[in-house]
Design a protein around this ligand. Structure first.
Ligand code: FEC
Length: 315
């Protein structure tokens, strides 16, 4: 018989709790290796630059987790299961393992895991799920995972509306929409994922195509962003290189839609709003980016749908 309370482990990247925790956070991202003082300063400067050193990802993730729980239980009738959401972060507290432990302490016996990132890579979503599975096995929790939801119609609708809204803003500023080059972007990963047959690049292209078709975009392309600062080659072209190349070809307007991210955080607020915006200024290009999903009800319904489907598939 099904248990009445089903745990939902909502996993997200995580962000430092305060400025003095940046080093711990960075060390965790670097698999236990401390960053050099220069690397630490450089990351601290980036956090300082986004509205004076706040960590918007923390509040946004809190809000997304609360909104998902509300969406999952909306209209719940007597006898229906109740979904209880727990947060599990990849690189900060509460860690993925903490989330699993809390569920078990609360008496949860069965759970579904979902990552606040729509596209599957063995290096991103795969790594979150692996850690959660290991902890769940240790504690005897039955858990299964949503792998990806990059083509969910409600997600596509939410992203389409954002592209459409931004194009209308260009039009209000006197630019014809067919003169705006739309760049879909996502976090780069090491090139080796391609040889591994990882679905990440193809899923990102699929999301891009679905949005482009719905908006009726004559010209668009996909580009990578936020590549790590390591010696290994990362997937390219990078958004800054793409912008330079387009400027050379005479492009005057660029709209970036960071479809690989679902929240306002460093990679959007710094890498696009500050770094790419500054590059656009230098290149004499008008630049905008689409708004982040954050707690958009369509995104919350996307997550609720895939969690329910995963749960029903297990019953
Ligand atoms: O706002 C914040 O505080 C956090 C913003 C943030 C998000 C994010 C998402 C993704 N990352 C992905 C892959 C990698 C790989 C490395 C890596 C490194 C960093 C560093 C910072 C950072 N990431 Fe991130 N990422 C965010 C922040 N990321 C800071 C370290 C300094 C730097 O390189 O800039 C390389 C380290 C490694 O080998 O592990 C790889 C992927 C995503 C999108 C999916 C997801 O959200 O999980 C993929 C948000």
């Amino acid at each position: 018989m099904a248990h009445t309370k089903i745990g939902v482990l909502v996993m997200s990247y995580g962000t430092p709790e305060s400025m003095d925790r940046i080093e711990d956070y960075y060390t965790h991202i670097r698999h236990g290796n401390k960053p050099s003082p220069e690397q630490l300063q450089e990351l601290t400067d980036r956090y300082e630059a986004i509205v004076g050193g706040v960590f918007p990802l923390r509040e946004n993730t809190d809000k997304q987790v609360a909104a998902l729980e509300e969406t999952l239980n909306r209209g719940r009738g007597e006898g229906d299961v109740q979904f209880v959401c727990y947060q599990g972060l990849k690189h900060a507290s509460p860690f993925i393992e903490d989330g699993v432990e809390r569920m078990v302490k609360d008496g949860i016996r069965e759970a579904v895991g979902v990552v606040l990132a729509p596209h599957y890579s063995v290096m991103s979503v795969g790594a979150y799920n692996q850690r959660a599975q290991t902890k769940a096995d240790e504690l005897g929790l039955k858990i299964s995972f949503v792998k990806s939801y990059h083509d969910h119609p409600k997600l596509i609708e939410a992203l389409t509306r954002r592209v459409e809204h931004s194009l209308q803003q260009f039009e209000r500023q006197g630019e014809a929409r067919d003169q705006v080059r739309v760049l879909f972007s996502a976090h780069s990963l090491p090139e080796k994922i391609v040889e591994m047959g990882d679905p990440y690049p193809e899923q990102l292209l699929e999301t891009s195509r679905l949005i482009a078709d719905r908006v009726g975009l004559p010209q668009w392309q996909f580009t990578w962003q936020s590549a790590g600062r390591t010696a290994t080659p990362w997937l390219g072209p990078d958004v800054l290189d793409t912008m330079s190349a387009l400027a050379k070809e005479g492009t005057k307007n660029i709209l970036v839609a960071p479809i690989g991210f679902v929240s306002d955080h460093l990679e959007v607020l710094y890498d696009l709003d500050i770094e790419a915006q500054a590059m656009a200024k230098e290149l004499g290009i008008k630049f905008a980016r689409t708004e982040s999903l954050n707690t958009d009800p369509l995104y919350m319904e996307t997550l609720a749908d895939v969690v329910r489907q995963q749960w029903e598939g297990n019953e």
